[in-house]
Write a protein that binds this ligand. Structure first.
Ligand code: RFL
Ligand code: PHB
Length: 390
């Protein structure tokens, strides 16, 4: 097979890029290791920045998101019994975020790829990237007993943190930065009315908790747990009891509980790989960087990568101008690091760290007290939460 851009990974990053390029007449093939049903069963992001929603509209995939997504003009932070509303709209010059699940984003992208007869090949095994520093890179993969080959101009590694693309960059070229947190998030999805019309990020000495949602009848909640905990350790009852204990009592009293329809634990880490280009391979999204979910920046950081890469590839194919591709890694990384900084700050502000020293606990108290009392601090939080410009 031959294509212009071979995209490894059929998650939101790969599908969005494929759709945007196809609309400009640039041919792509997407290779995905899992089945479509499997990809659509992963419950992940819930909060989309304006930049992401704009890209979805540009990809002609925004109709259902605009109809069913909820616009949020603010969110809450609680510290034991104290509750602060951060007015995103007021402090960010009228900007908002959209609550619309990654599962729905991905479903909309798959449907758009189907409508346009885009090539997305599922259940591929043993993907190998070849000749990345030559003018004619190629990709091989296995489907059953057969090994197939795709010749292309460029390879895009959008295959997530555990993908093969980043691992194809020689060790002496790649510089990795990593921070592993000593806890994870236990997440529960339930068919219940969300406890609050806006998200609540809760700090509590027992550990962090988050009240989020997918719609007015579908709630998503998280509690901080030790890395040693297993999903099986947590009955639904134990989860609801723990969540209630970490919320201000006026909120806890309103919590509607019900059976969980999904329950999973995600470890928290910050990670960046530099550079995001090696020869004719470009990395995008979780393949190049991971943030702890506290700032809701993972998928949104993928969106800025896709924006820069899309425009770089468009410059190459439409105008014969390679400056966008040349500058891709540096430009993408500048924004990636700002999302890392914000996610790191939110994480250390709101979580309970094991073995923390008394001085650091006081510093966390004081940082929160400052945030609760200072409009300047809330403005900075709002500017980052709605998303820095691309
Ligand atoms: P994905 O979604 O991991 O997709 C990569 C795809 O590549 C496939 N793959 C391969 N395909 C072919 N060959 C191989 N060798 C392959 N190896 C892997 C995989 O099967 C997969 O389908 O990466 P992508 O597209 O870059 O998207 C990134 C987002 O998924 C991620 O950043 C977000 O989910 C992070 N995130 C959040 N981001 C936000 O912006 N806002 C949020 O509110 C938010 N909440 C979250 C989150 C992530 C979470 N977890 C579980 C990590 C909440 C949670 C709990
Ligand atoms: C979610 O709804 O899954 C979600 C929302 C906000 C975050 C992280 C996850 O910061």
């Amino acid at each position: 097979m031959k294509t212009q851009v071979c995209i490894i990974g059929g998650g939101p990053s790969g599908l969005l890029l494929s759709q945007l390029l196809h609309l400009k007449g640039i041919d792509t093939i997407v290779l995905e290791r899992q089945s479509r049903d499997y990809v659509l069963s992963r419950i992940r992001a819930g909060v989309l920045e304006h930049g992401f929603t704009e890209l979805m509209r540009e990809a002609e995939c925004g109709a259902r998101m605009d109809e069913e997504g909820e616009i949020h003009e603010g969110f809450f932070i609680s510290d034991h019994e104290d509750l602060l509303r951060v007015d995103l709209h007021k402090f960010s010059g009228g900007q908002t975020v959209t609550v619309y699940g990654q599962t729905e984003v991905t479903r909309d992208l798959y449907e758009a790829r189907d409508r346009m007869d885009g090539t997305v090949i599922h259940n591929v095994e043993d993907v190998v990237l070849h000749d990345l520093t030559s003018d004619r890179p190629h990709v091989t993969y296995r489907a059953g007993d057969e090994t197939l080959r795709i010749d292309c101009d460029y390879v895009v590694g959008a295959d997530g943190y555990h993908g093969v693309s980043r691992k194809s960059i020689p060790k002496d070229v790649l510089k990795e930065y990593e921070k592993v947190y000593p806890f994870g998030w236990l997440g529960v999805l339930s068919r219940t009315k969300p406890v609050s019309p806006e998200l609540i990020y809760a700090r509590h000495e027992r550990g962090f908790a988050l009240c989020s949602m997918r719609s007015q009848v579908l709630s998503r909640y998280y509690v901080q747990v030790p890395l040693t905990d297993k999903v099986e350790d947590w009955s639904d009852d134990a989860f609801w009891t723990e969540l209630q204990r970490r919320l201000p009592s006026e909120v806890a009293g309103q919590l509607e509980t019900g059976p969980s329809i999904e329950k999973s634990i995600a470890p928290l880490r910050g990670y960046v790989a530099e550079p995001m280009r090696y020869g004719n391979l470009f990395l995008a999204g979780d393949a190049a960087h991971i943030v702890p979910p506290t700032g809701a920046k993972g998928l949104n950081s993928a969106a800025s990568d896709i924006h820069y890469l899309y425009h770089g590839l468009l410059g190459h194919y439409r105008d014969g101008d390679d400056s966008g591709l040349e500058g891709y890694s540096e430009k993408a990384l500048a924004r990636v690091w700002k999302a890392q900084r914000f996610s790191w700050w939110m994480t250390q502000l709101l979580h309970t760290f094991p073995d923390t020293i008394a001085y650091d606990r006081r510093m966390q108290d004081t940082e929160l007290a400052y945030l609760f009392s200072s409009e300047a601090a809330q403005r900075s939080l709002a500017e980052n939460y709605v998303g820095l410009p691309f």
